[in-house]
Design a protein around this ligand. Structure first.
Ligand code: FEO
Length: 387
């Protein structure tokens, strides 16, 4: 039973990611011979959460709390829960117990579980699967082998409050929510693709009928669709061939070069998307970066550096371990252009990033010569997409 809570008043999740459609903090109650609560919620919604638990318990006591992740959006009311249910037995791994001590300065007499260990609560047997760095090092998943439910922690989460529908198959997920699932995964867990692959490998050995994540919809149908997306995202393989053009422009001339290039590519049948990096939130561009195969970065030079908003975005993109992409560079500088070489250098340590030799260096605005160079760039990109 879902006993989570929605928050539609939060402006910035983790202080970084805008959540215009809110966010859900999921928690689940399983009632067998014993009652088991899976995780808690953020402090902002604690009061409603405790109402939900009391209602769902229907007068029974709470026997176990399984903690899968200690990030405070899922653990902030742990101390309050223990005050309300002093007999509850915490079930967690040793790293989680350490983090409880760090966050709450509280010693816990927890049942410490390890990889492959189980807990029987009646008909249901709960199996514990460690999933370090999905998204913190302590994360563990729980598999209910009776109902074949995977409690997946942050994995398979989605931004956005649940508006009555709990299950992904009750909404048009691909049209209305896939972008937010991608934005959630790529920004929150995207850096840890290797670890996500390891967790997916473990999950593949399980027969799964339902996935219960800590944010967003529960999955009970067409699980392969979202699992395939996770395989792509975690292996940094693009979902689509096409060009994401990101530009930073002060007075519109760099933007114009980006527009001209985009038009040239479209004329050749290449899909393009465009972002003004000073306007679109970085988290949306990071999500798009995980989708598209080719990037063009166009930036003016500013204080002899990359323009500030582009610099911030590129740092974030590199930090998210983006791989397996082809990149083209456009710089602008009215007297001393440096942004092109600096943008190129950002990817020196990245894996499988191909930066085209052919770049375009503008002095203020497009000339006939630069128009020709943009055409050449469009031709090279098109050839690498459709060899
Ligand atoms: Fe929703 Fe990593 O916490």
């Amino acid at each position: 039973m879902w006993v989570g809570v929605n928050d539609r008043r939060l402006a910035m999740f983790e202080g970084v990611y805008s959540v215009p459609n809110g966010v859900s903090y999921n928690s689940y109650l399983l009632k067998d011979e014993k009652t088991v609560l899976f995780d808690t919620v953020d402090k902002a919604v604690g009061r409603r959460f405790f109402e939900n638990i009391e209602f769902a318990l229907e007068g029974r006591k709470l026997d176990y709390l399984i903690i899968s992740h200690m990030e405070p959006d899922h653990s902030a009311v742990l101390d309050d829960l223990i005050l309300r249910y002093p007999d509850v037995k915490i079930v967690c791994n040793a790293k989680i117990q350490t983090l409880i001590k760090q966050f709450f300065n509280m010693d816990t007499d927890a049942l410490i579980v390890k990889e492959g260990e189980t807990l029987s609560i009646g008909k249901h047997t709960l199996n514990f699967v460690m999933a370090p760095m999905v998204h913190w090092p302590e994360v563990m998943l729980t598999y209910d082998s009776f109902d074949k439910i995977l409690f997946s922690a942050d994995a398979f989460g989605t931004f956005g409050a649940l508006n009555g529908a709990i299950f992904a198959d009750e909404v048009d997920f691909n049209t209305d929510y896939m972008n937010e699932a991608r934005r959630y995964y790529t920004n929150i867990v995207g850096k840890y693709g290797t670890q996500v692959q390891a967790a997916l490998g473990k999950a593949e050995t399980l027969e799964i009928n339902m996935i219960c994540p800590l944010h967003g919809f529960v999955w009970r149908k067409d699980l392969s669709g979202i699992i395939e997306k996770y395989k792509l995202w975690s292996s940094y393989k693009p979902e689509e061939n096409g060009v994401m053009i990101v530009y930073a422009s002060v007075y519109g001339n760099t933007e114009n070069a980006a527009e001209v290039l985009s038009t040239m590519l479209r004329d050749k049948g290449v899909k393009t998307v465009m972002f003004d990096v000073s306007v679109t939130p970085v988290s949306e561009i990071i999500a798009a970066a995980f989708k598209w195969s080719h990037f063009v970065f166009a930036s003016t030079t500013y204080n002899a550096e990359i323009f500030v908003s582009m610099d911030e975005f590129l740092n974030d993109l590199v930090a998210h371990n983006i791989q397996n992409r082809t990149i083209a560079i456009i710089e602008n500088g009215s007297w001393a252009a440096t942004s092109g070489a600096l943008m190129r250098s950002k990817f020196e340590k990245s894996k499988n990033i191909n930066i085209l030799e052919h770049s375009v260096s503008l002095k203020s605005a497009i000339t006939a010569e630069k128009y020709t160079e943009l055409e050449e760039m469009a031709n090279i990109i098109t050839a690498s997409i459709t060899p």
